[in-house]
Design a protein. Structure first.
Length: 310
């Protein structure tokens, strides 16, 4: 009587089972690495162009701000003399105040009006796309084209005076030229922020509004206690963009008034200093100061909104 023989385990051929996933993972990593390398190579031309036309000119502005330089003579190092001159230049201070007036007068009403319109238009069920297009058309049109049209509207015999029954010289008076630019700016820029606020409202959870409605909150309470706090990230973005766009204003002042009657802004001052007075170093110093000012204002805005959220 013979004992039953034990079954021997089947023989395995080739590499162990654990090595196959490891080899597949290695090949997968190689493919991902190859795609990353290809993407990096394809992005090199765009990065080179960005460095040549954005980074290098910005660094060059910082460099030239320390020199007295005209287009016809080599740069002469003067240190901080350009900044000292600007600190005592009444014309530069006036242009900064004009830019602040234009930014506040244009973008505060534009932001408020855009938010109110967004809340109203959010309830529309038909034709919302056409309404958005109607409000966005001025944004898509260039400042030069808009300014030419508004120059006709603001003429003493133009559409605005005839419609309102006024007799105002909008573009040739120190008391009205600044407000004419503000009116045109509000008309053009409201649509830009309207689109942003509509996008923000579309992302708000409906359950929160329904809960506030069940709790008996009226329309104002729902807006102030629910909608506006939830819109703070979008509001922060809009205010930062508004300040930057306001201080970058140039074309409407050039086309409508050429900076006369108290409407010269910082960008006009930079242009005239650089190309009319041929003081490239001083113009670069103005650009550096505006860059620092906008960075500081942006940081303050972000801190304010973060403090309100906490």
């Amino acid at each position: 009587m013979t004992a039953p023989s034990q079954a021997s385990p089947p023989a395995t051929t080739g590499s162990p089972a654990g090595e196959r996933p490891s080899g597949a993972g290695h090949r997968r990593r190689r493919r991902v690495h190859g795609r990353d390398l290809l993407g990096a190579l394809l992005s090199v031309p765009a990065l080179v162009l960005f460095a040549l036309f954005a980074i290098y000119p910005g660094l060059r502005v910082f460099y030239l701000s320390l020199f007295d330089y005209s287009l016809t003579s080599p740069p002469e190092f003067v240190g901080l003399d350009n900044f000292r001159f600007l600190a005592t230049d009444p014309r530069f201070r006036e242009t900064v105040l004009n830019s602040i007036f234009y930014t506040v007068g244009t973008y505060v009403p534009a932001l408020v009006l855009a938010l109110l319109l967004a809340i109203v238009l959010r309830r529309m069920t038909a034709g919302l796309g056409w309404v958005r297009l109607l409000y966005f058309l001025p944004v898509a049109t260039s400042w030069v084209a808009i300014s030419v049209v508004w120059r006709l509207v603001l003429h003493p015999d133009g559409l605005l005076n005839q419609t309102l029954g006024l007799d105002v010289t909008w573009l040739s008076s120190s008391s009205s030229a600044r407000w004419a630019l503000v009116i045109m700016g509000v008309w053009k820029e409201t649509g830009f922020f309207l689109i942003l606020f509509l996008a923000g409202l579309a992302r708000l959870p409906a359950e929160v509004h329904e809960a506030a409605l069940v709790d008996g909150a009226n329309a104002w309470q729902r807006f102030w206690r629910v909608t506006f706090p939830l819109l703070k990230p979008i509001t922060a973005i809009c205010t930062i963009i508004a300040v930057i766009r306001g201080f970058q204003s140039f074309s409407p002042q050039v086309v409508l008034t050429n900076g006369a009657f108290g409407t010269e802004v910082v960008n006009q001052f930079v242009y005239k200093t650089a190309f009319e007075s041929a003081r490239m170093g001083r113009a670069s110093a103005v650009a550096v100061l505006m860059f620092a000012l906008l960075i500081a204002v942006t940081m303050v805005q972000l801190r304010v909104f973060r403090r309100e959220d906490s």
